[in-house]
Every structure is written in structure tokens, then in C-alpha cells.
Design a protein around this ligand. Structure first.
Ligand SMILES: Cc1cc2nc3c(=O)[nH]c(=O)nc-3n(C[C@H](O)[C@H](O)[C@H](O)COP(=O)(O)OP(=O)(O)OC[C@H]3O[C@@H](n4cnc5c(N)ncnc54)[C@H](O)[C@@H]3O)c2cc1C
Length: 458
């Protein structure tokens, strides 16, 4: 039995941040992580030549002040995403090359529909109060329908519908019919709206840390030292009047309070004793993850750049739904990233490895030419089958969940407090949101104890 002030469960960015801030405030802390590595839904692999692959979360953008502050704290610089050249959109088998964010060579009808769709979503996002989306004027109406249904009813062009479905519903790595419209507006709104979500320059894919996300999370872990315990999946949290007992494989920790910083999709894998209040327990049952595969393909150079292409391409429903240039700051070697989401990712998951690789490379050859057929390495990370993530990229709310159970997202249950990107009112779903949630939870536990101590003195 180890005795500390606070026990944090899960060493993704949320848990790492909570533990770091508590330690910096002079509190003793134990951070228990189920995997034999830290980083959670971020996972950086450094290659022998010093280049790196981010197998999970990678990009950052303006407004994400807390990840930037963390990078400053540990001296990790950023580098800008390569955006020079045309992007490509493949709709109904036809390729459209374009600059900027709108593929103007699509029919005027499709482009107008797409533009109106994005503008309407942007407008709706602005009406959502981030801290309490269930209090939005049209919350009940928007939580009754799925994002897919809204797209279907508000987009008359089939091409625009497919593009919106991929760009917006794709974020939740599920079919549009699985996600509540209110949740999508809340999540996108927490970052400033759909234009931010889908943009490179000035948007969510504006930059990356030099060395990848690992350069940041490894620095936090170094400061935490022996407070971090790997390969300790937490099985049970028992709370009583004085504190909590957190039971993990091979280690039991006694603390005043616990911060649980694991994805909502798997939060019910821990036994809480006594049972959690019904609404919180039901929230855990109702926030599933999605399906996403991120593939990093190494070439000897980023050959697409010489053809005037930036590397970004999108093909709704294809085995390579999205591609993006994922080179390091030196552009050596060439790294192409493929992200396949939702139903397409589940189809890929059902294939055997060789067929999956052939399907993805075939798509790249079609888009970027024969040179795509000569990869040096092919790294795939299937988040769909990661036990300790419960899918990716984030847990999402189906219809009816936010208005009924959303209020429990951040509300502590006695001595058990909650962190994790899904609990952040700002930049929810991003790494920045995870950091914010960790800082909020760290402040929450110390404030609760200070208040309790004051009451005892009185
Ligand atoms: C493919 C992909 C691409 C993404 N791209 C981006 C991007 O470009 N930019 C961006 O900002 N965000 C991106 N994201 C989202 C981002 O990665 C997440 O928002 C963020 O990493 C979540 O951090 P977290 O700490 O809340 O949760 P997690 O990172 O999931 O951390 C939770 C931790 O808890 C551990 N755990 C689980 N169960 C237990 C248990 N019982 N006991 C102990 N430990 C447990 C897990 O192993 C994990 O380490 C992406 C995600 C994916 C999957």
C-alpha cells in the first residue's frame, strides 16, 4: 500500500498534466497507467535516424494555448505544417485539385451547398454555451437529431453531403447517424467552429511540436519521476469518509482523492465502490468511441511536393479517407499519413494485413502516382482495437445524451474527480483540451481539500 495526497489514473495528457501540477504545488501524487507506455491517444515513435512518427494525436493550432504553454515550459519548439501546393478531393471517382479550403472545380451546385452547410454549422456552434451546452436555446431540438440527419436534411447536393459527412461526421470516427448534432456543435464550437477543425494553416492542423508529441509527454514524465507507475491497470476505486483506495494490478494506493483521466468510452471498466450516482454511471455507458486507423508511410522523400501537391487529399468512404503530409521539420524522410475513419476503418479492420496495405497503397498510387508504390516502411496504428483507448479519436455522445447526462461531465462524485479531453469545455477532443482538463482537476482536488480543512477548523 502506497500513501499519497492524490492518485491520478491514466497517463495521457490529461493525467500527466494533473499529476505534474499537483507535484509542482508540493503535493505527493501517484500516477497509475495501464499500458507499458505513457501518452495514451498520443504515441510518438522515434526512428533510428532521429525522425519521428506520431501514431496518434499530432497537430496543434492557434487558440490551443495550454499545449503551447506546456511546450514553452519544457523548451519544445513548434514547426509549421507543410501546406504549399494543391490539395485533392476525390468525389464519385473524379479528382479535383484545388488551393485553399474549397474545391472550386466541383460543380457550382456542390460548392454552394458545401459553403452553406459549413456556414450554417459555424453559426449554430456560436450559440452553444461551452460550459453548459444543454442550456443552449435549441439544445433539446439539436440533441434529438443526429449530425447525419442534419446533413441529409440540409444539403441537397450528393457530393456536398458526402464531403460534409466526411469532414464533419468523420471527426467522430463513426457514421453521422451515430452522433448527436448537439454534441458535434459543442465539440466543434469548443475549438471555434468547423473551419478551425478542418483547416491546416490557422486551424487545428497548423503546426506540430519538434520531436512529436513524445517530446512533450516525455518531459512531463521526467519531472514526475517515480510518481509514475506503468503497467498498473486500475480495477477498483473505493471511497470512504477519509479518502480513496485505488486498486491496480500489483499496486494499491491510498489517497485523499482520485482523479480519473481515462476516456469516457472505457470509464466503466473500473469498479467504483460505492456505485457512482446513476447519471454519471449512465454517462459512462453512453459515450462510445469510434473507429480510426492512422497509417504512417515512409518514403525516401516527400515526392508529392515536387508535383505541386501539399499531400492533403480526401476521398469519402475510401480505404484512405484522408491523407496529410506528416514529415518532420527537416522533410527527410518523406512521411505520408493516412487517416481512415468510421465505417471505412471498420471495413479495413476486417481485412487481413496484406490486403489492408494493398488497398491503402493502391489509393495513394491513384492520387500521387507510381512513386507511392515504393514505400520504405508502413506503420499502422489501429486505435479501434486499443483496449485502453476504447476506440478513437474521442468518445462521442449519441442523441439524447448531452441533455440528459451532460451535466455530470465534470461534476466530482465525492472524492472521485474527472479529467480527460472529453470533459473540457474548451478545445474538447484535442490534446489542448486534455491539458486543460488536467489543470482543472488538479485545482479542483486541492480546492476541495482546502475547503474541507477550513470547515474542520470552524
Ligand atoms: C488517430 C488520432 C489522431 C488524433 N489527432 C489529433 C491531433 O492531431 N491533434 C489533437 O489535438 N488531438 C488529436 N487526437 C485526439 C487526442 O489524441 C486526444 O484528445 C488526447 O490525447 C486525449 O488525452 P487524454 O489524456 O484525455 O486521454 P488518453 O490519451 O486516452 O489517456 C488516457 C490514459 O488512461 C490510460 N488508461 C485507460 N484505462 C486505464 C485504467 N483502467 N487504469 C490506468 N490507466 C488507464 C490509457 O492507457 C491512457 O494512457 C487524435 C486522436 C487519435 C486517436
Amino acid at each position: 500500500m502506497s500513501d499519497v495526497d492524490y492518485c491520478v489514473v491514466g497517463a495521457g495528457f490529461a493525467g500527466l498534466t494533473a499529476a505534474l501540477r499537483l507535484k509542482q504545488a508540493g503535493r505527493s501524487v501517484a500516477l497509475l497507467e495501464a499500458r507499458d507506455r505513457i501518452g495514451g491517444r498520443t504515441f510518438t515513435v522515434t526512428r533510428d535516424d532521429g525522425s519521428w512518427i506520431d501514431r496518434g494525436g499530432a497537430w496543434i493550432g492557434p487558440g490551443q494555448d495550454r499545449i503551447y504553454a506546456m511546450m514553452d515550459e519544457f523548451g519544445v519548439p513548434e514547426y509549421k505544417q507543410h501546406n504549399d501546393g494543391d490539395a485533392m478531393m476525390i468525389v464519385d471517382g473524379k479528382k479535383h485539385r484545388y488551393g485553399g479550403t474549397i474545391p472550386w472545380s466541383m460543380s457550382a451546385w456542390a460548392v454552394t451547398n458545401l459553403g452553406i452547410g459549413l456556414m450554417s454549422i459555424e453559426k449554430m456552434c456560436k450559440t452553444i454555451p461551452g460550459e453548459a451546452p444543454w442550456e443552449a436555446k435549441r439544445a433539446a431540438e439539436w440533441d434529438r437529431i443526429s449530425l447525419g440527419e442534419w446533413i441529409e436534411n440540409n444539403t441537397m447536393s450528393k457530393a456536398a453531403r458526402e464531403m460534409l459527412d466526411m469532414a464533419i461526421a468523420g471527426v467522430y470516427t463513426s457514421a453521422g447517424s451515430e452522433t448527436s448534432l448537439l454534441w458535434a456543435l459543442t465539440q466543434m464550437g469548443s475549438g471555434g467552429g468547423p473551419t478551425f477543425v478542418i483547416s491546416g494553416k490557422g486551424g487545428a492542423q497548423d503546426a506540430r511540436p519538434v520531436g512529436g508529441m513524445g517530446a512533450v509527454y516525455r518531459s512531463i514524465a521526467a519531472e514526475l519521476g517515480d510518481a509514475l507507475h506503468l503497467s498498473r491497470p486500475v480495477r477498483q476505486i473505493t471511497q470512504d469518509g477519509d479518502g480513496v483506495t485505488v486498486a491496480a494490478d500489483g499496486l494499491t494506493v491510498r489517497a485523499r482523492r482520485a482523479i480519473v483521466a481515462i476516456p469516457l468510452a472505457i470509464a466503466s471498466s473500473i469498479v467504483y465502490e460505492p456505485m457512482l450516482p446513476v447519471d454519471r454511471a449512465f454517462l459512462h455507458q453512453r459515450m462510445p468511441g469510434g473507429a480510426v486507423i492512422k497509417i504512417s508511410i515512409i518514403y525516401d522523400e516527400p515526392f508529392w511536393r515536387a508535383d505541386g501537391l501539399c499531400g492533403q487529399s480526401a476521398a469519402p468512404g475510401s480505404p484512405a479517407t484522408l491523407t496529410i503530409d506528416a514529415c518532420t521539420n527537416t522533410a527527410d524522410p518523406g512521411i505520408m499519413c493516412v487517416i481512415t475513419e468510421g465505417p471505412a476503418a471498420r471495413r479495413l479492420t476486417r481485412m487481413d494485413e496484406a490486403d489492408r496495405k494493398a488497398a491503402v497503397i493502391g489509393e495513394l498510387v491513384d492520387r500521387f502516382g507510381a512513386k507511392a508504390n515504393a514505400p520504405l516502411e508502413f506503420h499502422e496504428q489501429n486505435w479501434t482495437t486499443e483496449r485502453y483507448s476504447g476506440g478513437g479519436m474521442i468518445s462521442h455522445a449519441p442523441t439524447g445524451v448531452l441533455t440528459e447526462f451532460g451535466y455530470t461531465l465534470r461534476e466530482p462524485c465525492g472524492r472521485v474527480h474527472w479529467a480527460g479531453t472529453e470533459s473540457s469545455a474548451v478545445m474538447c477532443g484535442w490534446i489542448d483540451g486534455a491539458i486543460r482538463s488536467g489543470e482543472r482537476a488538479a485545482a479542483e482536488v486541492t480546492t476541495a481539500d482546502t475547503a474541507a480543512a477550513a470547515t474542520t477548523r470552524v
